[in-house]
Design a protein around this ligand. Structure first.
Ligand code: UD2
Length: 328
């Protein structure tokens, strides 16, 4: 075993949209990173700048990243064994690997259970057994379901409306008892609508900004579902990963569930118009049938993130849109 003063951090789902930005920031902060990803939606290209620069990928001058192809819901012990034999124990885990579609979870609740709740339990079992100090988990605003008081406070009663939301909430409960019973520090971050470069626009359930930006950049028509008066709290991925990495590398916020949003909302109609403006105004906007089961409003209360993580989202929507359109 070699010793290193660089923290060794595992990132599940590290080849995905939020995961790869997390990896970038962890490496920038001096960490050695191990990515676990099954590449069902993640892409090697998202991590290309680091070129598998660890011992188990291509050797680099300053080894920083190892990428392991593994489905986390099948367990992580075997995959991580050679890495920990070489570098020592994993100190912290950021658990982002997930089945990400609410709609898919409704059609396939048992798959969602295995991947989303089962995956979290696999990570927590590894953390308990090997003495990982901290686990940070990607939860979601989907845990809330239909709420009536805005901005949404973390302490409101949660009544998720999908297997996805229910399994995210169940995962939060697991995080809580692994901390209380086993002494693994845990933090759940409830992401609101995250957007930014590397978000894949190719599925109908991709983030609306990735879809609108892709279409508007090509001068194509944007489709608003319903009247467009529904609002969302869109938070830029560069901000989100500051919250993720702050929670992962810090030792506070144990057993906390924390909203990660901006605290401001925008309607989908305003969003569409803004994107058309930013891209030069050639796309037209049409309306289609509202999505069934759609929530009308979503906006985060952000005080807890400020208090526990010192985190505040800083990127203005127009700047985030410009970066998204430019890609990075
Ligand atoms: C977000 C999350 C989801 C879950 C949920 C919890 C994303 C991508 N999804 O779903 O994982 O956490 O919040 O509440 O962040 N829209 C259009 N036209 C389009 C695409 C979307 O009008 O071409 C509308 C859509 O009807 C909705 C809004 O844009 O009102 C946002 O849609 P979304 O799919 O980006 O995210 P959301 O809020 O449904």
């Amino acid at each position: 075993m070699t010793s290193s003063s660089r923290p060794l951090v595992a990132v599940t789902g590290g080849a995905g949209f939020i995961g790869s930005h997390t990896v970038d920031l962890l490496i920038a902060r001096g960490c050695r990173v191990v990515v676990l990803d099954d590449f069902s939606t993640g892409k090697r290209a998202n991590l290309a700048r680091w070129a598998d620069s660890g011992r188990f990928g291509l050797a680099g001058a300053e080894p920083s990243l190892d990428v392991l192809t593994v489905d986390v819901s099948h367990g992580v012990f075997a995959a991580l064994a050679p890495v920990t034999a070489a570098y020592g124990a994993i100190e912290r885990i950021v658990h982002l690997a997930a089945q990400v579609s609410v709609v898919h979870s409704i059609a396939n609740p048992l798959t969602d259970l295995r991947v989303n709740y089962g995956g979290t339990l696999q990570v927590l079992e590894y953390a308990r057994a090997t003495g990982v100090k901290k686990v940070v988990f990607a939860s979601s605003a989907a845990v809330y379901g239909d709420v009536t008081a805005f901005p949404v406070d973390e302490d409101v009663a949660c009544h998720p409306l999908s297997p996805y939301g229910a399994h995210k909430l169940a995962s939060e409960h697991a995080l809580h008892y692994y901390s209380a019973v086993h002494g693994v520090q845990t933090t759940a971050l409830r992401f609101f609508n995250v957007y930014g470069p590397r978000q894949d626009p190719s599925s109908p359930y991709s983030g609306v900004i990735s879809i609108f930006a892709d279409r508007a950049a090509g001068g194509r028509e944007l489709t608003i579902f319903g009247d467009g008066e529904q609002s969302r709290d869109f938070v830029y991925v560069g901000d989100v990963v500051r919250a993720v990495v702050g929670a992962a590398l810090g030792d506070g916020a144990d057993r906390a569930s924390i909203n990660v949003g901006t605290g401001t909302e925008i309607t989908v109609k305003e969003l569409a118009q803004t994107i058309v403006d930013v891209t030069g105004g050639t796309s037209t906007i049409r309306h289609a049938e509202a999505r069934p089961g759609e929530i009308l409003r979503s906006v985060a209360r952000v005080e807890r993130a400020e208090r526990l993580l010192g985190f505040r989202a800083e990127t203005r929507l127009r700047d985030g849109l410009a970066a998204t359109l430019q890609g990075a």
